[in-house]
Write a protein that binds this ligand. Structure first.
Ligand code: PGA
Length: 224
């Protein structure tokens, strides 16, 4: 069985009460194949709640922050730094197109963020929307997410996504490249079956615990 990374990205959604309910409702495979990594990229505010739920319910789920400060600890009001994140999560998402667009994150900002993540021992998922975007060194996973496919219900074709992921894999010298953009419980199988797609980054379909549970089951089924 191939390795698979299934990452849910909650974006700026869920109160702590909602996060707790999601954790109670989600139904994950009792014995998760060791090749499969399940990840939730949660808002900073919910990471501790999820960390507690993962421990209490023994959920086979890793946690990721959706952003990281490019600075060291210190006088940077409002920033959450790598050391703080490393206490409550093992992964971090860097360079999501929504942050590039709405928060004006530059390539240099993102390079600094990857460096901080690395120094703190965090695994890094770096998002790009095409093959032109440069991927910094020391990234663990690249997520290919065409902007037009995000949140639109218009997913990329699995065949084309597979071709793009193959190019990224070669250019960035990373082993793991995942696809994101309108992945659902219905289409996830067709993506993860592709030889160069090693998983998915899921926004909307990760918010509902039942839908996300179905999506995970379909993805695992498709690569068995
Ligand atoms: P979507 O979002 O699944 O809702 O399209 C994906 C993402 O932005 O990571």
């Amino acid at each position: 069985m191939k390795s698979l990374l299934i990452a849910g990205n909650w974006k700026s959604n869920k109160t702590n009460q909602e996060a707790r309910m999601w954790a109670q409702q989600v139904q994950l495979p009792v014995s998760l194949p060791e090749q499969v990594t399940l990840l939730i990229c949660a808002p900073f505010t919910s990471l501790s709640v999820l960390q507690w739920a993962v421990g209490a319910q023994k959920l086979p789920l890793s946690l990721a922050a959706q952003n990281i400060s490019k600075f060291d600890p210190g006088s940077y009001t409002g920033e959450i730094n790598a050391t703080q994140i490393a206490e409550i999560a093992s992964w971090v998402l860097v360079g999501h197109s929504e942050r590039r667009t709405h928060l004006a994150e530059s390539d240099e900002d993102l390079r600094m963020k990857v460096k901080k993540a690395n120094n703190a021992g965090l695994h890094c998922i770096y998002c790009v929307s095409d093959t032109e975007m440069k991927v910094p060194d020391m990234v663990d996973v690249v997520a290919y997410e065409p902007v037009w496919a995000i949140g639109t219900g218009n997913a990329e074709t699995p065949e084309h996504a597979n071709e793009v992921c193959a190019v990224i894999k070669q250019q960035a010298s990373v082993k793991t490249v995942i696809y994101g953009g309108s992945v659902s419980e219905m289409n996830v199988g067709s993506f993860v079956r592709m030889p160069n797609i090693d998983g998915v980054l899921v926004g909307g379909a990760s918010l509902d615990a039942t839908v996300f549970s179905q999506l995970i089951a379909s993805a695992i089924d498709a690569v068995k």
